[in-house]
Design a protein around this ligand. Structure first.
Ligand code: AMP
Length: 303
């Protein structure tokens, strides 16, 4: 596995790799969710590239850019084990050199939900992902269902800008109690970590209501809101039952639907979702009973 920092070194490395090349973009501080994407790319592609870049352009002025968790050495060990061929870990000035002024703006699908709460976020995401696509020229790019709107925005961008690649969206990987794995889970104090299970449970409550015959989207949103309201440490930012491709809110769930939410637990902002496609629920998978971190590193489970 080769670690490169400059774009020039990345280009010369990827040009020698067999194709198809699968790309897994990340912000590092890797967990089983990220590694699942790398393993999937490894299984489906001749070469695997990973980017580790905490992208300043997708953080708002009051967000957690400076305290976002980082551990490059640990990440490299995990990627080596998972079979990555090349890792690009650029400095911000390599991605956004002085004088930088070109951005990618995806419109309607980037406006609601995360886009409404985090103005400019998807402009930063779409810009860096477009640059990653140009830098790696992958044939496939792997994203997580956990960031459902991000996946929808990237799909739209790849289609609209004619990037010649396939976008692969992989199921959400969850802790054993159902909490979606996230680098940000490390911010949670123990009692917040226990409270954070409310996201998965409220999505499960909406799924149960649907299975019991409820089709009214507002009733299903209420089921999630009520469940969240019962957890004193949780502050709901939004709950949504929307079209999974356009993100437009639904009135009735008589078709594909994305059930999603953003919730603050203390100072930590968490997102999660279930998606119903062609009558099949995609709710993610729980990690095996031995935590990934113990299996590979001999450390305790991240909280
Ligand atoms: P991040 O480092 O948070 O930007 O995430 C990098 C990629 O990993 C994105 O495509 C995420 O959607 C994906 N990802 C993050 N957490 C999970 C998870 N728990 N399960 C599956 N994919 C994930």
């Amino acid at each position: 596995m080769k670690l490169v920092h400059t774009l020039t070194d990345l280009r010369s490395t990827t040009s020698a790799l067999p194709r198809p090349l699968g790309l897994v973009p990340t912000m590092g501080f890797l967990h089983e969710g990220h590694i699942t994407l790398v393993r999937r790319a490894r299984a489906e592609c001749a070469s695997v590239g990973v980017s580790i870049f905490v992208n300043p352009a997708q953080f708002g002025p009051n967000e957690d850019l400076s305290r976002y968790p980082r551990d490059l050495d640990r990440d490299l060990g995990l990627l080596e084990l998972a079979g990555a061929d090349v890792v690009w870990a650029p400095e911000p000035a390599e991605v956004y050199p002085p004088g930088y002024q070109t951005y990618v703006t995806v419109e309607e699908v980037a406006l609601p939900l995360e886009g409404a709460v985090r103005p400019g976020h998807f402009r930063g995401v779409a810009t860096v992902v477009a640059k990653l696509f140009n830098a790696f020229t992958p044939q496939r790019a792997y994203f997580g269902q956990k960031d459902a709107q991000q996946a929808a925005v990237i799909r739209r961008m790849a289609l609209d800008l004619n990037f010649p690649l396939e976008i692969v969206v992989c199921p959400t990987v969850r802790e054993r109690d159902g909490l979606a794995m996230s680098s940000r889970n490390t911010y949670l104090a123990p009692e917040e970590r226990r409270a954070a299970i409310v996201l998965y449970r409220s999505l499960s409550a909406a799924q149960a209501a649907f299975r019991a015959g409820e089709r009214g989207a507002e009733e299903l949103r209420s089921a999630m809101r009520n469940y969240l309201a019962a957890e004193p440490r949780a502050q709901t930012e939004y709950v949504s039952v929307a079209d999974p491709d356009t993100l437009a809110e639904l009135e009735r769930v008589d078709r594909d639907a994305l059930f999603s939410m953003a919730v603050r637990i203390g100072q930590t902002r968490l997102i999660d979702n279930f998606v119903l496609r062609d009558g099949v629920w995609e709710t993610g998978s729980l990690i095996p009973s031995i935590p990934f971190s113990q299996r590979t590193l001999g450390e305790g489970e991240g909280g």
